[in-house]
Design a protein around this ligand. Sequence first.
Ligand SMILES: [Zn+2]
Ligand SMILES: [Zn+2]
Length: 469
Amino acid sequence: MPRKKTTRGRPKAKRTYQRRAVASRQQTAASKQPPAGSWKLEAGSRGPIRRVKGMHDILPKDQKYFELIKFMALKHFRLNGFERIDVPTIEYASLFSKGTGKDTDIVQKEMYYLASNDEEKEPMALRPEATPGIARAYVEHGMLNLPQPMMLYYVAPMFRRENPQKGRMREFWQFGVEVLGTSNPSSDAQVIKMAWDILEDLGLKDLTLEINSLGCRNDQNNMREILISYFEKKKQYLCEDCKRRLTVNPFRILDCKEEKCKRIAEDAPQIIDHLCAHCRNDFKKALEMLDELSIPYDINTRLVRGLDYYSKTVFEITPAKDKSRQGTIIGGGRYDYLIEMYGGREAGAVGWAGGIERLMLALKEQKIEVEDPYKPRVFLAQLGEQAKKKSFSLLNELQKEGIGVRAALSKDSLRSQLRLANKFKVELTLILGQKEVQDKTIIVRDMKEGIQEIVALDKTLEYIKGKLK
Ligand SMILES: [Zn+2]
Ligand SMILES: [Zn+2]
């Protein structure tokens, strides 16, 4: 009977496992509140272990996109003189509640908190974004006293407990830049230009740049009053969250995802109509520089970016067909008060972040082919022990020349090797058998023409280079 057989297959281990599981459950039930730091490992569900919800693997078939995006970003970061910074994955949670904003979805609903223990009393969190950590590092390491501005870049994974959907993962990769220590609007144009160049170099078409200004602290304080008096009149139509936001932070109502709130927000007064002369002038200068750089933009007065630290210029880049803005691939703006908030002096800053997974989707949607510079062009087939040995040095020579070459030294059958050569779609197949080793020759088959030639072994490299031109 099949069932009996299975039990006989692994009876002992399974029984111990179950017993442990029961014991552990009883223990947990007995001491309802396990003491901090002593984690109980529950037996978990049966069957294979799967990845955690919202986490994802980046498989070899997608790595060509992943690598290309990182490569292109790095190229423009370095060309523009930006330096790399790596900040920790774990920070004190207060860094984000202070900077990103305690009323934002990111901090309220999406942040992964780490249990505090005896050593660390203060709650910690997995970083949902990099900007606060970088601004903290800038202050903490006294970078304020170095020649300004500091121009920094990063490529790193971030963590947000969002509802997983296409292009929106709970662990996701971002690449981005921060220019710290300047309020000059030319930096706004500089970072936008870099973002634009990276996306264009990747081959993306139909890009839309939307831009807005959120004004300085004074403008935002004035706007706060204006928004409160506007929303106060429509309070009864707002969602519960927004009723609370009304007094705490009326700006958050502008990016509420509830339909009824969206409709009310649509007719709300716009901050761009209430900018002071200085902010209006800075915004104008940034736009003029974009004109000079021939970067097309749309002023979107509804764009608020939804994080507390933003001031003045904010922007988003999307593939044009994506009207929902779910597909924003790069977004950022100015945060002139964050450094001061973290204990530094008042110092302007501007930056953006790009989502690598979303960019990968955009590349696939636009059917952009990624060329592999190391794709195999030659296959080396061998037959017999002597030939196998000789193949090693020949492979080595070809690789030294940067020629993509594949072989299957673990295979002995010529037919299965030739099948592989076809699969790789190589241009040339080399065949080295016992007879060829003895004659110091090699067979070169042109896969396209179907012609075979015998070449002297010590002339192989030259011959191949000539053929592959
Ligand atoms: Zn202003
Ligand atoms: Zn709402």
